[in-house]
Design a protein around this ligand. Structure first.
Ligand code: NI
Length: 217
């Protein structure tokens, strides 16, 4: 097993630095700008574009583009179909995998909400289903990087997420554009608001073993 796979198994989260670079990263970045720009600049609305209303009711704040692989963007479709994230997911799980869900997480400058402490799924055993987050922008404490509780993927399904977070330790997982953050779907995690002037965007793909039927949540 490689070092990254071992870290994911042990801590529930690990980072593969600089997995996507150069023109491949630039193309994805451009597509992300275009998809987000449809919403923020051109009034595009769809059930796949998840948003909430700002407290002053002046604007809808986009936070997720769901079914991202269905939004008609070639570089994103290709990333979902095959490539470096698939290879990494296969290495981490040590078996043949398939992509299940693809989304873009968008933290709008200043108005992004915090994501409360949660686990993506608990209906599956540890080391079975993982989420890979490809960062399109640098992610720091200031713009709401992922925070998590190491080893929490190993806790029982009914563990009290709030108690787990309060007991800690809580670790921040900052990332650079092009890094891929891998986490077990059972890992307890959260992220804060974005207090900066810049977007913080990531593409998240969930991977499961090819022969695995994912239970509905
Ligand atoms: Ni999550």
């Amino acid at each position: 097993m490689n070092a990254l796979a071992e870290q994911v198994r042990k801590y529930g989260l690990a980072t593969a630095p600089g997995l996507v670079q150069g023109s491949a990263l630039a193309e994805l970045h451009r597509e992300a700008e275009q998809l987000v720009g449809q919403f923020t600049g051109h009034g595009y609305r769809s059930d796949d574009y998840w948003s909430f209303e700002r407290a002053d009711a002046r604007e809808q704040v986009l936070y997720r583009i769901h079914n991202l692989e269905q939004q008609g963007s070639t570089p994103i479709n290709e990333l979902f179909a095959d490539g470096p994230l698939h290879e990494l997911a296969g290495e981490v799980l040590g078996r043949e995998i398939r992509p299940m869900v693809c989304a873009m997480i968008v933290k709008m400058p200043h108005h992004a909400a915090r994501v409360p402490w949660h686990r993506d799924r608990t209906s599956v055993a540890p080391h079975t289903v993982i989420n890979l987050s490809l960062f399109l922008d640098d992610s720091s404490f200031e713009n709401g990087c992922i925070e998590y509780v190491p080893y929490s993927h190993l806790l029982p399904d009914d563990a009290d997420v709030t108690a787990v977070e309060q007991q800690g330790p809580v670790e921040a997982a900052p990332a650079r554009a092009g890094d891929v953050l891998v986490h077990d779907v059972r890992t307890v995690h959260a992220s804060r608001t974005n207090s900066t002037d810049a977007f913080r965007r990531s593409i998240v793909i969930e991977f499961a073993p090819v022969d695995f039927d994912l239970p509905n949540t």
